[in-house]
Design a protein around this ligand. Structure first.
Ligand SMILES: *Cc1c(COP(=O)(O)O)cnc(C)c1O
Length: 395
C-alpha cells in the first residue's frame, strides 16, 4: 500500500530540495544562550534565537523548575478541566494578567494553540475577523477553524484596515487581529491607530504579543505599554517560548467573559494536556522577576539601539523598527545564503531569509538581539558583518 504514497512523497521532498527550500536543522549540543556549541564542535554567537531577555538558561528559572519538579512532580496526565489544574497553574494565570493589566488569563500548551482556539468559540457566520496580511500562521489557522467572515488588510496599513472595517459594517461583531511585532521586518503594528479605528467602527482588538511581550515598551509589557493603551486591547495572546524563558507554553489574556468562555469551549484547551508543573513554576518565577527589575529589558534595548546604529553606520540597509529584530537587507536570495554561510565561518550564527518567506527581491539576514549578548559579542558580530559585507561587495 505504501509504495505509491512513498514515491509521491519522495518526489515532493525532491521538489522542495530542488527549489532550494529544504530546511536543514543545525544541531546544538550546549544549552541555548548567546554562545552555543554546535555538534561539529564549533562555538558560535547566536543571533537567531527568540531568546530576547536571555532567560533560556537563566539559573533562577532553572532552580524554580527543579524545585517545582520536587513539589509538584513531572507531568499532569490530564487536561485542565479533569484533573490537570494545580495551584501553580492558577497562580501563573493570575501573574500573567497582572503583568499585562488584563482581567484573566488562560494557559495553553503553546501560543499556536492559543491562536488556534481563540476564534471559533467566540465568533460565528454573522461575525467578521479582520486580519493583517502578515499575521502568524497560527492566527491564519485559527481563523480557518472558525465560520466568521474573513477580511484581510495590507500589513500595518490603517487606511486599508478602515476600508475593510467599512466592508464588515453589517456584521454582528467585528474583531481586528494583528501580530504585535511582525517577525520578518521586526516592525511594530500601529496598535494605537488600530484601537482608534476599533472605537470608530465598533470592533474588538486582538494582539498576538509573541515577539513583542518582554521586548517592547519600557518595562517589556508589550505594545499596550509602548502606545500607552493599557486596557484597550480586548484579547492578547502570547508565548512562554520566546522572551519569557523560551521553554514552551502559550496564553490568552484579556476580558474576563472572553477567557471564561474559552475555558468552556476552546478546543486546544479542552482536548490537550496541561503544561507541566516545572514549566509553570519557572513561569511564576519569571513574572516575579519582571516585577522586581527591568534590568534585562534595559539591556535588550541598549543592545538593540547599539547594534542598529553600528550596522547602519557600516553602510548596511535595515528595515526601520522598534523591536529586537533587525532585518539587514541584501535583496538577492543567493547573496543572503552566501552571506549567512560566511558569517557562520566568522562564528556568527544568523539565518538568511528569501522568497517565499519574504517578498521576492527582499532577501535579508534577520538578526535577533538578546539581553544575553555582551557589548563584546555585539562588536564581534558587527565586525564580522563588515568583513563579510566588504568581501561580498555589499558595502
Ligand atoms: C512564535 C509565534 C507563535 C507560536 O508560539 P508558540 O508558543 O511557539 O506556539 C504564535 N504567534 C506568533 C506571532 C509567533 O511569533
Amino acid at each position: 500500500m505504501y509504495g505509491k504514497v512513498k514515491l509521491h512523497l519522495q518526489q515532493e521532498l525532491k521538489a522542495i530540495a530542488d527549489a532550494g527550500l529544504f530546511k536543514n536543522e543545525r544541531i546544538i549540543v550546549s544549552p541555548q544562550d548567546a554562545l552555543i556549541k554546535l555538534d561539529n564542535g564549533k562555538e558560535v554567537l547566536n543571533f537567531c534565537a527568540n531568546n530576547y531577555l536571555g532567560l533560556s538558561s537563566n539559573p533562577a528559572l532553572i532552580e524554580a523548575a527543579h524545585e517545582t519538579l520536587d513539589t509538584h512532580g513531572f507531568g499532569m496526565s490530564s487536561v485542565r478541566f479533569i484533573c490537570g489544574t494545580t495551584d501553580l497553574h492558577k497562580k501563573l494565570e493570575e501573574k500573567i494578567a497582572r503583568f499585562f493589566g488584563t482581567e484573566d488569563t488562560i494557559l495553553y500548551a503553546a501560543c499556536f494553540d492559543a491562536n488556534g482556539g481563540v476564534f471559533e468559540p467566540l465568533f460565528g457566520e454573522e461575525d467578521a475577523i479582520i486580519s493583517d496580511s502578515l499575521n502568524h500562521a497560527s492566527i491564519i489557522d485559527g481563523v480557518r477553524l472558525c465560520k466568521a467572515q474573513r477580511f484581510r488588510y495590507a500589513n500595518a496599513d490603517v487606511a486599508d484596515l478602515e476600508e475593510q472595517l467599512k466592508k464588515a459594517a453589517s456584521c454582528r461583531f467585528r474583531i481586528i487581529v494583528t501580530d504585535g511585532v511582525f517577525s520578518m521586518d521586526g516592525n511594530v503594528a500601529p496598535v494605537d491607530k488600530i484601537c482608534s479605528l476599533a472605537e470608530k467602527y465598533d470592533a474588538l482588538v486582538m494582539v498576538d504579543e509573541c515577539h513583542s511581550a518582554g521586548v517592547v515598551g519600557n518595562t517589556g509589557r508589550g505594545v499596550t505599554e509602548l502606545y500607552n493603551i493599557r486596557g484597550q486591547v480586548d484579547i492578547i495572546t502570547g508565548t512562554l517560548g520566546k522572551a519569557f524563558g523560551g521553554a514552551i507554553g502559550g496564553f490568552t489574556t484579556g476580558r474576563k467573559e472572553i477567557i471564561e468562555l474559552l475555558r468552556q469551549r476552546s478546543r486546544p484547551y479542552l482536548f490537550s494536556n496541561s503544561i507541566p508543573p516545572a514549566i509553570v513554576g519557572a513561569g511564576i518565577a519569571l513574572f516575579d522577576m519582571m516585577n522586581v527589575t527591568t534590568e534585562l529589558q534595559d539591556r535588550l534595548h541598549q543592545n538593540t539601539d547599539f547594534f542598529r546604529k553600528e550596522i547602519v553606520r557600516a553602510g548596511f540597509t535595515i528595515k526601520p523598527s522598534k523591536s529586537a529584530i533587525v532585518a539587514i537587507m541584501l535583496f538577492d536570495a543567493r547573496l543572503s545564503q552566501d552571506f549567512a554561510a560566511a558569517l557562520l565561518e566568522e562564528g556568527i550564527y544568523v539565518i538568511g531569509f528569501y522568497y517565499p518567506v519574504v517578498p521576492k527581491g527582499e532577501a535579508r539576514i534577520r538578526v535577533q538581539l538578546s539581553a544575553a549578548h555582551t557589548r563584546e559579542n555585539l562588536e564581534q558580530a558587527i565586525n564580522a558583518f563588515i568583513k563579510v559585507g566588504k568581501k561580498l561587495q555589499v558595502i
